[in-house]
Design a protein around this ligand. Structure first.
Ligand code: DX5
Ligand code: ZN
Length: 218
C-alpha cells in the first residue's frame, strides 16, 4: 500500500519545501502536462531534473503529453524513478516502455476513464505498473469516478494471473472517503493531490491514508 501525493496541488513557488512536507510518502507524483494531450500546462524536464536533486522521496512522473515516445526516457534520465505514459498518446508502447526501463526507471502505462484495459492487456509484459485514472486527466480537485472500479478489478485480475508483481495505481479524487473502494477493487498505489496538500499536516494525511488502505486490505 503506497501513497503518492501529487505536487499538482502543492505551492509551485516552494516545491522543495513542499516535497519535504511529504517525506513520509512512498513517492512524489509529478504531473507533466503539455497543454495538448490535456488542456492544462504544468512543468517539464528541467523542473523534474531540479526536483530529483532535492526530493527526499523518489519521483513518479505521470506524462500527460503528446508523443511520449520521444520524451519518456528523458524523464528517467532526469532522475524520475517511475515514468508513466498514456496509451491514448503513445505510438509504440512497447518501445517506449523499454526505453524507460533501459534508462533505469520503472515503466507504466495509463488509461483515461473512457479507455478500456482489454486491448492493452498484452502490454503487462513490458511494465511495472498500470495507472487507472479515476478522473479525466488535466486538473486536480475533481470528483472520484466510482465507475472506474470495474476496470481496476479487471487489471488486478490480469496482474494476478501473471504472478502479482505489477502495481495497480489509481489517480484522481482519491481521499479518505474513496481510498477504501480503491483497495477493495485491487489498487495498491494511490495518488492523492488535494487530499494531501490541502491538509494542514500533509505528513499526517499520508499516514492516515496509508492506515485506511491497510485497513481495507483483504
Ligand atoms: C490529474 C492528475 C492527478 C491530480 C490528482 O490529471 O493526474 O495526479 O493531481 O489530484 P486530486 O487528488 O486532487 O484529484
Ligand atoms: Zn497524475
Amino acid at each position: 500500500m503506497q501513497i503518492c501525493p501529487s505536487i499538482l496541488s502543492a505551492d509551485f513557488a516552494n516545491l522543495e519545501r513542499e516535497l519535504h512536507r511529504i517525506a513520509e510518502a512512498d513517492w512524489a507524483h509529478v504531473d507533466v502536462m503539455d497543454g495538448h494531450f490535456v488542456p492544462n500546462l504544468t512543468l517539464g524536464l528541467p523542473v523534474v531534473e531540479a526536483l530529483a536533486r532535492v526530493s527526499p522521496v523518489p519521483l513518479d512522473c505521470h506524462l500527460m503529453i503528446d508523443d511520449p515516445d520521444r520524451w519518456a526516457a528523458g524523464y528517467a534520465e532526469a532522475g524520475a524513478a517511475s515514468v508513466t505514459f498514456h496509451v491514448e498518446a503513445v505510438r509504440d508502447a512497447v518501445a517506449t516502455a523499454r526505453s524507460v526501463r533501459a534508462a533505469g526507471a520503472r515503466a507504466a502505462f495509463a488509461l483515461k476513464p473512457g479507455t478500456p484495459f482489454a486491448p492493452y492487456a498484452d502490454l503487462l509484459a513490458e511494465v511495472d505498473m498500470v495507472l487507472v485514472m479515476t478522473v479525466e486527466p488535466g486538473f486536480g480537485g475533481q470528483s472520484f469516478m466510482d465507475d472506474q472500479m470495474a476496470k481496476v478489478r479487471e487489471v488486478r485480475q490480469a496482474v494476478e494471473r501473471r504472478g502479482g508483481q505489477i502495481w495497480v495505481q489509481v489517480d484522481g479524487g482519491v481521499s479518505a472517503d474513496t481510498i477504501g473502494r480503491c483497495v477493495e477493487a485491487g489498487a495498491d498505489v494511490f495518488v492523492a493531490g488535494s487530499a494531501v496538500y490541502g491538509a494542514e499536516d500533509a505528513g499526517a494525511q499520508v499516514r492516515a491514508l496509508r492506515d485506511l488502505a491497510a485497513g481495507h486490505r483483504h
